[in-house]
Write a protein that binds this ligand. Structure first.
Ligand code: ZN
Length: 173
């Protein structure tokens, strides 16, 4: 079964008004997106779908929970509290036009469903910290790992000036 099927919203038969949807997402969700930076987490998605007209809908997303990120500094995993809200306007039209606006999409008038999984995925990614470091979450950087990494980044001292090629020539004299 296609896991993402759950995220296809059939709006065609909805009555005007607000309709609530809830989704729990975690590992399985992120597995569907090959290049996802987030692999683990536990998030709740609340969608309020407001059907204003047959051809105009407002999708309001609230995403809350914890995701597991890797620290850019010490490479430890840590839990990051993610809380975000986004809005998407869906308009049905005879000749839908392309738009650069992230908040509105135009779809052919006969459309009756929409897969919201890629939107949820995008909203989660928009809410990620620009720089992922432990102390954004509830933990401090791992001091042992920082020490190890510092050692690795220090170039080895060039204390041996003897070039092996000259060493070899010495024997010829
Ligand atoms: Zn760290």
């Amino acid at each position: 079964m296609n896991y993402l099927k759950e995220f296809v919203i059939n709006f065609g038969n909805l009555k005007p008004g607000i309709h609530k949807y809830e989704f729990e997402i975690g590992e399985k969700f992120f597995e569907q997106f090959e290049y996802s930076l987030v692999k683990h987490g536990s998030l709740q998605v609340i969608l309020d779908l407001e059907k204003q007209k047959e051809t105009l809908m407002l999708f309001h997303f609230k995403i809350n929970g914890l995701i597991v990120l890797q620290c850019d500094r010490c490479l430890d995993n840590y839990s990051f509290p993610l809380n975000t809200e986004e809005q998407l306007i869906v308009k049905l039209q005879e000749a839908p036009k392309e738009t650069d606006d992230d908040e509105i999409i135009f779809l052919p008038v006969e459309t009756y469903q929409i897969d919201i999984s890629s939107y949820i995925y995008e909203y989660i990614n928009l809410a990620l910290p620009l720089k992922s470091v432990c102390n954004l979450g509830a933990k401090e950087c791992n001091p042992e790992m920082l020490a190890v990494l510092e050692k690795m980044n220090t170039p080895p001292k060039a204390d041996d000036n003897t070039d092996p090629r000259w060493e070899g020539l010495k024997g010829l004299n």
